[in-house]
Design a protein around this ligand. Structure first.
Ligand SMILES: Cc1cc2nc3c(=O)[nH]c(=O)nc-3n(C[C@H](O)[C@H](O)[C@H](O)COP(=O)(O)O)c2cc1C
Length: 172
């Protein structure tokens, strides 16, 4: 069976909450909180499937606990080929419409560069209202976009639909 690792960076607990829902829906998945549980890049090695979560901060920045690991990945270039990777994260489309969930797109670029298959879990931008997102590719986000501030009532359904989608797409 594919080993699933959920790696999450979250400052206020919103993306962490999504990660916990994901863990419930993926039997046997391990949750790695980047603030408390992450030590080094070798932790990615033990998983076939990575669910990578980050909220977006500043002007479209990744959550702070991802800054050093992503820097290391860019420098060390570990080989992630053979890994299936999908992205999720929280943002705020009303207060930050110019960089809504941009962190997802930035992380996707790095994992793709390292050879991972990152063509999983894309979701439609329909139902959101924002000006720009680096996570948008054509009419999809390159992952699951959550907005607990403006669309809290949609979170549970979005998470459940996304899990069903990636299980199907990844064949797990
Ligand atoms: C100072 C500040 C900057 C933010 N910048 C962005 C941003 O660029 N894009 C976005 O989508 N959300 C932005 N947000 C909203 C957060 O991503 C949102 O509150 C999210 O739910 C936080 O998730 P977390 O609790 O998992 O960290 C910002 C929030 C604050 C307070």
């Amino acid at each position: 069976m594919a080993k699933v690792g959920i790696f999450v960076g979250s400052s206020g607990g919103v993306t962490l909450g999504v990660a916990e829902k994901l863990q419930e829906l993926f039997d046997g998945a391990e949750l790695i909180n980047m603030e408390e549980d992450y030590d080094d890049l070798s932790q990615f090695d033990e998983f076939d499937v990575l669910l990578i979560g980050s909220s977006t901060w500043g002007q479209g920045d990744v959550q702070r606990d991802w800054v050093d690991p992503l820097y290391e990945m860019n420098n060390d270039e570990p080989d992630f080929s053979g890994k299936k990777v999908a992205f999720f994260g929280a943002g705020d489309q009303k207060s930050h419409p110019e960089e809504f969930v941009t962190a997802l797109g930035k992380m996707k670029d790095i994992f793709t560069k390292l050879g991972a298959d990152t063509e999983f879990g894309y979701t439609s931008v329909d139902g959101y209202s924002f000006k720009y997102s680096y996570a948008q590719k054509d009419s999809n986000f390159c992952g699951l976009a959550i907005d607990e501030i403006n669309q809290e009532e949609l979170t549970q359904e979005r998470v459940e639909n996304w899990v069903a989608q990636i299980k199907k797409e990844m064949g797990i």
